[in-house]
Design a protein around this ligand. Structure first.
Ligand code: AMP
Length: 419
């Protein structure tokens, strides 16, 4: 399979080659011809499988084919986080650069997200843009400021679609959808599509083509999973020992809260580890800098909340550690997908405390795979399972014990009769 055989123009093939893409990945081979045919698409593909180029290449080809059309916003790419907006926008810009000969003018790709001043984004949108990559909230702000109109959008892409269709974004997404023309092509991409989200997606797509390569062995990133049993209070010590013994060069450590990200990073830092926190409480400037420095090797350890779980592409990230387990099994898939990207091998290590054992079993069950439990000499767990978990086996452990913001929204929606 080659890029030209998928129906891509020579200049786009050249642009892909320019980014080092010699042959299409399976998601690209399956999605690109369908998108070029104008079909709606629901694509489930493992994270790191080349999803971005799978929609970016045909999107640019559509602009190229229609380059005599008056300048207007043609394609909208929605993403759930600011970092992902920047990342996807840069891939689009990188590919668009290679297109110069094929077009009367260079397509303008605007990247907009919250947490930074709106004024430069308004300035950048003056004179219009062909493609906007956006987080939903800032997009709506810009529409309200008359910096942008969505009535000419012919192609809508939802990247990490399950997150965008979830309740946390539901209201904003509905407002965006109401501003779009009814006649448009819709492309939904995600590594995971939980059943309730799938039903929502079905309501928005027009007889979609489905691409599901998540389970194909050739596309599953090479990620080894380990589960180490340890007492809660000894996790930082264990992490330090692993950092010292295992020779890990760069590690992304997931924790449950902003506070924990600060606290664990600070404890590691005090012990001489180049560690820094990353979470939604930091300014956007700080967030961008931490990620850029980490990508360039400036930090050995970044301690993060689930903010970094989705879509972020960090090349050569050999290890991900679940210091706290994620609340949902879906987030586990996204977290471990930060490693083992673009064909490299990766390692995902989960710390399993006695209290979290039942929850880890639930994660294993949802994944349909079991991970052997390990104990490290000197770190054998001494704690017993808390009484409330021990007396309520099979309740799913941590998840469901304490209602999350999402759980509360869901309960409120049910109470209000919203389906
Ligand atoms: P994504 O799933 O879009 O985040 O992409 C994961 C990684 O795969 C990125 O680092 C891309 O640069 C890389 N990639 C995407 N398509 C290809 C391809 N056809 N050949 C080689 N690498 C690719």
């Amino acid at each position: 399979m080659s890029f030209p055989s998928l129906g891509l123009s020579p200049s786009l093939v050249q642009a892909a080659t320019g980014l080092g893409f010699a042959t299409p990945t399976p998601i690209q081979a399956a999605a690109i011809p369908a998108i070029l045919r104008g079909a709606d698409l629901l694509a489930t593909a493992q994270t790191g499988s080349g999803k971005t180029a799978a929609f970016a290449l045909p999107l640019l080809q559509q602009l190229q084919e229609d380059h005599h059309a008056p300048k207007s916003l043609r394609a909208l790419v929605l993403v759930p986080t600011r970092e992902l907006a920047a990342q996807v926008g840069e891939v689009l810009r990188g590919l668009a650069k290679g297109l110069e000969q094929g077009l009367a003018r260079q397509p303008k790709i605007a990247i907009v997200f919250g947490g930074v001043s709106i004024n430069p984004q308004m300035m950048a949108l003056r004179g219009g843009a062909d493609v906007v990559v956006a987080t939903p909230g800032r997009l709506l702000d810009l529409v309200e400021h008359n910096a942008l109109r969505l009535s000419s959008v012919g192609l809508l892409v939802l990247d990490e679609a399950d997150r965008l269709l979830d309740l946390g974004f539901a209201e904003e997404l509905q407002r965006v959808l109401a501003l779009l023309p009814a006649r448009r092509q819709n492309l939904f991409f995600s590594a995971t599509f939980p059943a309730e989200v799938q039903a929502l997606a079905d309501g928005l797509l027009r007889s979609p083509e489905r691409v599901d390569i998540a389970d194909a062995p050739a596309t599953t990133p090479d990620i080894t999973q380990r589960a180490i049993q340890v007492d809660e209070r000894r996790r930082t010590e264990l992490l330090r020992k692993l950092l010292a013994d295992e020779g890990w060069s760069r590690v992304l450590v997931f924790v449950a809260s902003k506070y924990a990200a600060e606290h664990v990073a600070w404890k590691l830092h005090k012990q001489g580890v180049f560690a820094t926190p990353f979470h939604g409480g930091l300014s956007q400037g700080a967030r961008t800098k931490v990620l850029a420095d980490f990508k360039e090797g400036g930090w050995d350890v970044v301690v993060t909340t689930d903010l970094a779980a989705r879509g972020i592409d960090i090349a050569q990230l050999p290890v991900v550690v679940n210091y706290d387990l994620p609340r949902s099994p879906v987030d586990y898939v996204h977290r471990i997908g930060r490693t083992g990207r673009a064909g490299e091998a990766g390692l995902a290590v989960s710390f399993v405390t006695p209290a979290a054992e039942a929850h880890f079993q639930l994660i294993e069950k949802r994944q349909g795979a079991s991970v052997a439990r390990e104990q490290l000499a000197g770190f054998e767990p001494q704690d017993s399972v808390p009484a409330d978990l021990a007396t309520a086996p099979g309740t799913g452990g941590i998840k469901g014990k304490r209602p999350s913001k999402k759980d509360k929204l869901r309960a409120a929606a049910t109470a209000a009769g919203v389906k």
